[in-house]
Ligand binder design. Structure first.
Ligand code: M6R
Length: 616
């Protein structure tokens, strides 16, 4: 949820750190800071608010150095204050940290007894003091500072329980940076005579594409000349060098005002990329890994686990799964599943869905599922080499490209496309999908990017609706069947970025309670495509109109709706068949975006949220 960047080079690294933090800012944006090692001293600048404020302070204070670390924070332990912002310093040792230290109170007591004083309320400050304590201990014993920082970090992390990615520098060792990883991603970027550390490759892409992903328990020493990596037993080890294919363009705004707007408009391309392999090679088990067929044949059901928007993708997939593959399918919020005494059928495939591949609740749910004996696991993820796919047997990478806006958009629709592919593949392997069905599904997929583009063209009409929504306090979203999860997603998007309270219900559930909320001040958004439930949805809409509620209906060109007083209608061009939920996602995304715009909120960085949620 926070972001780390570090650099050691012959050139001034301060611009590299600032640029890296700006690229990481979407991950957490409560406060930011850098620490540099400068002529045997550590200098630090921290500010609450955005990276640009910290940058101005760094310029004003004339920060320049060849070694430095930086951090952008999403507050967990301790409020949003400068004192709680990273880096934290303990007598010349400066450190930035992502993750949560669970035993920080116990360590704090121990360190207080050793004479350390605390300036912040964070768990992180404990780590800085611990490292200093071990450095001092080795210095006092005469081990000498040359190996000091690395050894001190390796000793300190053994005292920690919890999750961390760390980058550490010391004024006594201006030639190195030390880092460590457990439970939070961290990578090292390899340059020419300069090297980098980052929690996310986007932070260092301007400098290098060659990266080493640290493994759980690894520590590393990074100098200008090279990198040494050590495993959890402190044994030096070689880790593979990867070349990142993340494009710089995906990290730039281009002609758009916001990343969310850009990412909404990228959906035809993102979907075309995600379905490319199926369009070229058909619905083959190999889409999920070279040896996927045996595992996918072996299963008797599916359990989907995810959070937030990814959970709604899972809810949609359940309708497809049962209808297309004939397999029983359950969907559960990962943070609930992981603490439930679930009765596992080992032959139920665990499917985790996560844009980031880092979400702690989903990761822990996956571990829990494995501990219950589930034999096969599959991850639908947008970030190659991230933790959840690495912990899964089978993987389907969505090809949405980097998603920067906190509100997930293109990741959601590409997750849906990937899950649809999984349903059809399972249907084939389990004898439910005939050749004719397969050809039909392929044909529907072929039309998908075009249909999504048509839906995007509705933007001007939707922007007009958004002006009406901007003055509201509440909104209701309704859908049925496959489109109920899309109503949920529409409500989540609206509340996330416009701060309007929004709820979604299956339209048939309205009369069982939420109808009491409906009056002339309550806009009711209905997702009503021309499917077998349309007549039922129309009856539910009558219930709203009879109570004076104003209806905003998204439907297809071919459904016989007419506008009337209190009933506004926007039509997507044609019914997209079984893929209609993907097409009907576009209007609700645009409605949320334009409503937020009209209300003047920070669309890409909504209050209190962060892009990837690596805490419980
Ligand atoms: O990275 P993940 O897909 O695992 O993230 C799950 C949720 O945190 C995420 O979808 C969140 O709900 C988004 N902010 C929704 O827009």
């Amino acid at each position: 949820m926070c972001g780390i960047v570090g650099a050691i080079a012959d050139r001034d690294v301060v611009p590299v750190l600032i640029e890296g933090l700006k690229r990481l800012e979407y991950r957490g944006y409560d406060s930011a800071g850098i620490a540099v090692v400068d002529e045997q001293d550590v200098r630090r600048v921290r500010r609450t608010g955005r990276v640009s404020e910290m940058e101005n302070a760094a310029i004003a204070e004339d920060f320049h150095a060849h070694l430095g670390i930086g951090h952008t924070r999403w507050a967990t332990h301790g409020g949003v204050t400068e004192a709680n912002a990273h880096p934290h310093i303990s007598q010349g040792v400066a450190l930035v940290h992502n993750g949560i230290i669970e035993n920080h109170e116990e360590q704090r007591e121990r360190l207080r007894e050793l004479g350390y004083q605390f300036e912040s309320q964070t768990d992180t400050e404990v780590i800085a003091h611990l490292i200093h304590h071990y450095l001092k201990e080795s210095n006092d014993a005469g081990t000498g500072p040359a190996q000091g920082l690395l050894a001190a970090v390796q000793r300190a992390v053994k005292d920690l329980t919890g999750a961390y990615a760390l980058a550490v520098v010391s004024r006594k060792e201006p030639e190195r940076m030390v880092c460590a990883r457990m439970g939070c991603p961290l990578l090292i970027g390899l340059g020419e005579g300069e090297n980098f550390v980052a929690s996310d490759v986007s932070a260092i892409l301007q400098a290098t594409r060659r990266v080493i992903f640290l493994e759980e328990g690894d520590t590393a020493e990074v100098t200008r000349a090279g990198v040494r990596v050590f495993d959890g037993d402190n044994v030096e080890i070689q880790r593979e060098v990867h070349v990142s294919d993340v494009s710089l363009a995906s990290l730039e705004l281009g002609p758009y005002r916001h990343f969310m707007q850009k990412e909404i408009h990228e959906q035809p391309r993102a979907l075309a990329d995600t379905i490319e392999a199926v369009i070229d090679g058909g619905f083959s088990a190999e889409l999920f890994g070279a040896n996927a067929e045996a595992a996918l044949r072996d299963i008797e059901g599916v359990q989907i686990l995810a959070c937030g928007t990814s959970y709604y993708a899972g809810m949609t997939a359940r309708y497809w799964m049962e209808a297309i593959s004939g397999l029983p399918c359950s969907v559960e919020i990962a943070s609930e599943y992981r603490y439930r005494a679930a009765h596992a059928n080992p032959k139920h495939l665990i499917v985790t869905i996560s844009q980031s591949g880092e979400t702690l609740d989903t990761m822990e749910a996956l571990k829990y599922a494995k501990s219950l004996g589930h034999l096969h696991t599959l991850s639908v993820c947008n970030v190659p080499e991230s933790a959840i796919p690495r912990a899964s047997e089978l993987v389907c990478y969505t090809r949405a490209g980097a998603e920067i806006g906190v509100a997930s958009t293109k990741a959601f629709t590409t997750q849906l496309a990937a899950l649809f592919q999984l349903c059809v593949v399972l249907g084939k392997l389990h004898g439910k999908v005939s050749e004719a069905d397969e050809a039909d599904y392929l044909e529907q997929l072929r039309f998908l990017p075009g249909s999504v583009q048509h839906a995007l063209n509705l933007e001007p009409q939707i922007a007009l609706w958004a002006e009406k929504f901007a003055g509201k306090q509440n909104a209701l979203f309704l859908g049925r069947g496959l489109h109920y999860p899309i109503a949920l997603e529409g409500a989540l998007k609206l509340k996330e970025i416009s701060y309007i309270h929004a709820e979604a219900y299956p339209a048939g559930e309205l009369k069982h309670g939420p109808l009491a909320l409906v009056d002339a001040a309550m806009p009711v958004v209905v997702i009503a495509p021309n499917d077998k439930l349309l007549e039922k949805v129309k009856s539910n809409m009558q219930e709203v109109r009879a109570r004076g509620g104003e209806l905003f209906v998204f439907t297809d060109q071919d459904s016989n709706f007419t506008e009337s007083e209190g009933v506004h209608v926007i039509r997507t061009p044609r019914h997209a068949g079984v893929l209609s939920p993907i097409v009907h996602t576009i209007p609700v995304q645009l409605l949320a975006y334009h409503t937020a715009l009209a209300r003047g909120t920070d669309v890409d960085k909504p209050r209190n949220l962060a892009k990837s949620v690596t805490v419980e």
